[in-house]
Design a protein around this ligand. Sequence first.
Ligand code: C2E
Ligand code: CA
Ligand code: CA
Length: 337
Amino acid sequence: DPFLLGEQEVRVATSIGIATTALGNTRAASLVRDADAAMYRAKARGRACTEVFDARLRAEVLARLRLENDLRQAVESDALEVRYQPQVDFGSGLVVGVEALVRWPHPEHGLLLPAAFVSLADETGLAADLGRLVLRRGCAEAAHWLARWPHRRLPVGVNVSARQLADARFVDDVAHALAAAHLPADRLCLEVTQPAMLADEQASAATLERLHALGVRTALDDFGVGYSSLSHLKQLRLHALKVDRAFVHGLPAEPRDLAIVASVVALGAALGLEVVAEGVETSMQADLLRGLGCRVGQGHLWSGPVPADELAGLLDGAPWGAGTVDLTGTTAGERCG
Ligand code: C2E
Ligand code: CA
Ligand code: CA
């Protein structure tokens, strides 16, 4: 029953995990561990329910444990890869930025995308190590581009996880990566999402403020999906807004997507932010976005995420639309496990 805590009515619900000896498990400690795993599953299912530890859950737990160990090893031995996806100016066809995207070449599962392991890193205390790896590589590449094309503005975008944002040591990691690569701070753009900030809003705001003082650029990623609050646009000192590809995907056919994208582009422009459209796949989408006043796009129309040497080739090539590159864009694809 609900009860009163001071003035506040409080309801307590329970998530219950159950483990029995049916799977042959008779050690108290392992039974408690299994019940614990079942309880987490009950919470993941929406809480206030019960879950029994069964053979399927055991297989899942084991697979996860194995993946966690593999990931720890991969991070420690620097075995993760970073791919780079160009961001293209609709007007000039030139690459004006690059996003670093992590990949894990797994010996059994093939090339794993971040969806398969980034949240695992966050949950198992590997976020800082993984983040440092991507920061270090990204900054080193951006320093190469700066040395090779000193007159081009080519900031590298690096994604930041919830765990990193809430970690007071993250700013030191960023400063260290910049210093090690001799990269000017404004050549790094950290991409943060609003759900990531929500995990610890105060700590995140403090982190962003310190990054700003460092001179690092910041972009609000995946804008418009999940938890999105306009108050962040008001409070935080941001440089760019990335329109989520969920809206770009519906262009040009979906009038609602069109209305949303048009409004976000106008909002970003009014706030003095650079607006980057994500997931641009067709030249029709690019034309439409350009017509709406969006200046920069990222997507398979130009290129998917590619290894650093391939990206250098793209930077060396003629601007897109200059007649040397097929604008209808056969997708530069990745084969992933
Ligand atoms: P994101 O930051 O929104 O990154 C863009 C994602 O969209 C990438 O997926 C990219 O491959 C994909 N993409 C780019 N162009 C297109 C397109 O035209 N069409 C479609 N359908 N997709 C496109 P990816 O590499 O699988 O990364 C997924 C997410 O994982 C990223 O979303 C980001 O949130 C996270 N992530 C990636 N690298 C890192 C990292 O180093 N650290 C952390 N914390 N998160 C990362
Ligand atoms: Ca991103
Ligand atoms: Ca995004």
